[in-house]
Ligand binder design. Structure first.
Ligand code: SF4
Length: 367
């Protein structure tokens, strides 16, 4: 894996910067402001995406702010230029989902992913602008999805890994009815400056326990655990070198104003005296394909690629991780060419260690 691919496998779109919630750990800088994406931005992205979608599966991920806060009428206008060739996904806090939104998801073939951190007592940091718990509203939205028979994914943030939590969460999400689950250990990122330094044994133990809970009833696609098992299987088969893509997926995030940030959606909306606004161009003035083919020349991107090479030569986990995320390096280390971060310890190194710990603890004595 060297450098950045010219063609992404998906595009992230920000229909509005606004979010109707105000979660304590949120990284978004402009979530109180409703800056909406003009239709011209969607038209420019759709023009670029058409040939990519023609040669295989291609996804557009609507991510905010809270994308549903843009309203159905505006979101429909943004979806229209893409036509039927792409798969649409929305990452939502679910609080606005009702019957009309469910009909909208069906009409536009949108796959829904809901952000929820587990049972009520685990959702204390997902709050409204008035500081009140959002949990009941989240569940009302999920109930609407279930009423309409719409499959959905879930994404949970874990702030304090502790014994028993992984089992509690996995059982909760089985009951909730999601078919895919992603778990993020809270990250120090954007305007969330809380430390994400965690006790190593607690985090490793959390992942090990999660593997155990999943193995007892593996009905849910558990994102992190399945990645780890695929890697472990490839190591055993001697094919681990083939797992990482030849080049990094650029994952362009198109901001509400058409600016394009590659590799890390979390950098969108920020600026720095050294790196400027992190964007590699704007789709209103330059075709997206041209922006992506020149993205490697964006100064911070070059620095990040140096960091990836440092990871490759120094980290035994590189084959699994591929060098981590740009935003975590920037927000934790203040630059892009460092290597280990608390994020990669929590979510890559200890994840793999947890899977191995589970395997060791459940090894057959006869094996
Ligand atoms: S685990 Fe951390 S140090 Fe290792 S390759 Fe990934 S980002 Fe780099």
């Amino acid at each position: 894996m060297r450098g950045i691919a010219a063609v992404p496998s998906y595009v992230v779109m920000q229909p509005t910067t606004l979010c109707n919630l105000d979660c304590v750990y949120c990284y978004l800088p402009l979530r109180a402001v409703d800056q909406r994406m003009p239709v011209a931005v969607a038209e420019a992205v759709a023009t670029a995406v058409r040939p990519w979608a023609a040669s295989g599966r291609f996804s557009v991920v609507w991510h905010g702010g809270e994308p549903l806060a843009a309203g159905r009428e505006h979101l429909a206008a943004l979806l229209a230029p893409f036509g039927p060739a792409v798969e649409h996904h929305v990452q939502t806090n679910a609080t606005l989902i009702d019957d009309a939104w469910c009909a909208f998801f069906v009409e536009h073939g949108i796959r829904v992913s809901v952000s929820v951190d587990g049972p009520r007592a685990r959702n204390g940091e997902r709050v409204t602008r008035g500081g009140r718990p959002a949990y009941d509203r989240i569940l009302t939205g999920v109930a609407a999805l279930r009423r309409h028979g719409l499959p959905f994914s879930a994404l949970a943030v874990v702030s304090r890994p502790e014994p028993g939590l992984a089992t509690e969460l996995y059982d909760y999400f089985l009951d909730l009815g999601c078919d895919v689950l992603g778990i993020n250990i809270e990250e120090t990122e954007g305007v969330n400056i809380r430390t994400n330094a965690r006790d190593a044994a607690s985090v490793t133990g959390f992942w090990a326990e999660l593997v155990g809970a999943w193995r007892r009833d593996p009905r849910i696609h558990l994102r992190e655990v399945e990645w780890s098992l695929r890697y472990a299987g490839a190591v055993l088969a001697g094919t681990a070198d083939d797992l990482l893509p030849r080049r990094l997926d650029p994952i362009p995030t198109v901001g509400h104003d058409g600016s394009v940030v590659v590799l890390s959606p979390e950098l969108a909306g920020f600026s720095d005296p050294r790196y400027g606004d992190f964007s590699s161009g704007n789709v209103l003035t330059t075709p997206l394909a041209e922006i992506l083919s020149g993205a490697g020349r964006t100064p911070w991107v070059g620095e990040f690629l140096t960091g990836v090479e440092a990871c490759r030569s120094s980290c035994p986990y590189f084959g699994f991780c591929g060098g981590g995320h740009a935003a975590n390096r920037y927000f934790e280390l203040g630059r892009f060419d460092g290597t280990e971060t608390e994020h990669c310890r929590n979510s890559k190194i200890r994840l793999l260690e947890g899977v191995l710990e589970h395997a060791r603890d459940h090894e057959s004595p006869a094996a």
